[in-house]
Design a protein around this ligand. Structure first.
Ligand code: COA
Length: 191
């Protein structure tokens, strides 16, 4: 019998339970909370326009049990999920990260740093990957700060590479990378 992927594990941080999501739940939580939130949509898919069901299923459900894994971010002191964190495994032991926190009460409260630290620790410890490589819109200041804070290195910029159909704006994409060796060094410095 094959062992379940370690990314299907339930994790815990100081303030949150990170609960692995199935496809249906990921669809339901994401679509109910993001599709009509222009700020979230703009940052996730470049345009603030809501997506239809099929497109949602194709693009926004970061779960397939093999290479895409999502965790609901659930506060330990009760209440529903406040967001979802996703990991997509890629070739050569690499992975991409994505996150959305839809509950505005939690913005500015360092949710992403806490959740991502636990996910990255787990993925490296369980030998899931050796590297994270993530792209982010240069205009998404909070995300850029979060990558820097977690020790990701800015390794490139794709200039004017993406188009926002609502504003007609062309914008840059930044590429951030984190290697296992750099993460280990950071951990040593923290302890
Ligand atoms: C991205 C997202 C999850 C960030 O949430 P968050 O971590 O609560 O964001 P914060 O407001 O705490 O910002 C993170 C950091 O960026 C800094 N920051 C944010 N906007 C800033 C600005 N305009 N100028 C300077 N710093 C800024 C904050 O001060 C914070 O740093 P700190 O923790 O040292 O105080 C949330 O904005 C979201 O869900 N956005 C929509 C989806 C999305 O963009 N996903 C990411 C794409 S992968």
């Amino acid at each position: 019998m094959t062992k379940p992927n370690p990314m299907l594990q339930r994790l815990e941080t100081e303030r949150f339970i990170l609960k692995p999501l199935g496809r249906i739940e990921a669809y339901r939580v994401g679509r109910a909370n993001w599709n009509h939130d222009p700020e979230i949509m703009r940052n996730l898919v470049h345009s603030s326009r809501p997506l239809g069901r099929l497109k949602w299923l194709k693009k926004m459900v970061w779960v397939n049990g093999k290479s895409k894994f999502s965790h609901a971010i659930v506060p330990k002191d009760g209440g529903p999920a406040i967001g979802i964190h996703g990991v997509t495994l890629q070739k050569h032991r690499s992975a991409v990260l994505v996150v959305a926190v839809h509950d505005r009460q939690w913005w500015g409260r360092k949710v992403v740093a806490e959740v991502r630290r636990a996910i990255i620790d787990h993925a490296f410890e369980r030998q899931v990957v050796d590297r994270f490589c993530c792209t982010v819109q240069a205009r998404n200041t909070a995300s850029v700060f979060n990558y820097k804070k977690l020790g990701f290195k800015h390794v490139g910029t794709l200039h004017q590479a993406q188009y926002d159909p609502d504003s007609g704006e062309l914008f840059d994409t930044l590429i951030f990378e984190l290697l296992r060796a750099d993460w280990d060094k950071q951990r040593e410095n923290r302890s």
